[in-house]
Design a protein around this ligand. Structure first.
Ligand code: FES
Length: 163
């Protein structure tokens, strides 16, 4: 039986190992190349998704309507995308998505801590750029780009692409 097998497949075991090892390294090289290309693609997609995106400008409020340390809920860019316009105690205006990046609970401004807070799982975000200060949210809050026209405040786009 073994003799017949060797006649049909005349490859010695030593050569057979050599071929197998070479194929294995060829496979590993191709797999590594595929992983490298995939990683580069994911990195490029991630960078693109962080670029700012413009939408039609929407007036949110006037500066005079917002006292320092207050916030105003609005929708942008779609009527279902809830956001928060915040006037910090310093007088600076910022706006962020109101949807927590953990499980989408609505977040609120906490003027006493000068941060955005999610009561669902004790998450918190910075007002500087929306980065996570504490809790389980995996990503920063998407920031809304603002533009000032006279006394009026407009939403004009997103800093991070998650409309
Ligand atoms: S939903 Fe906001 S921290 Fe969990």
């Amino acid at each position: 039986m073994e003799r017949r097998l060797q006649e049909e497949f005349p490859v010695s075991w030593v050569d057979d190992d050599y071929v197998t090892r070479r194929e294995f390294f060829r496979f590993m090289t191709l797999a590594s190349g595929g992983l490298a290309v995939g990683t580069a693609g994911i990195a490029a997609w991630s960078a693109l998704s962080r670029e700012s995106r413009s939408f039609d400008p929407v007036r949110i409020a006037s500066r005079a309507e917002m006292r320092a340390g207050s916030s105003l809920a609005f929708a942008y860019p779609r009527s279902t995308d809830l956001c928060l316009l915040i006037r910090r105690p310093t007088g600076e205006f910022v706006a962020y998505s109101r949807r927590c990046t953990h499980l989408s609970c609505p977040v609120d401004y906490q003027p006493d801590h000068d941060r955005i807070y999610c009561p669902c799982h004790n998450g918190a975000f910075s007002l500087e750029d929306g980065h996570v200060l504490q809790g389980p949210p995996p990503r920063p809050l998407p920031q809304i780009r603002l533009e000032f026209r006279g006394d009026d405040i407009f939403a004009v786009g997103l800093m991070r692409g998650e409309a």
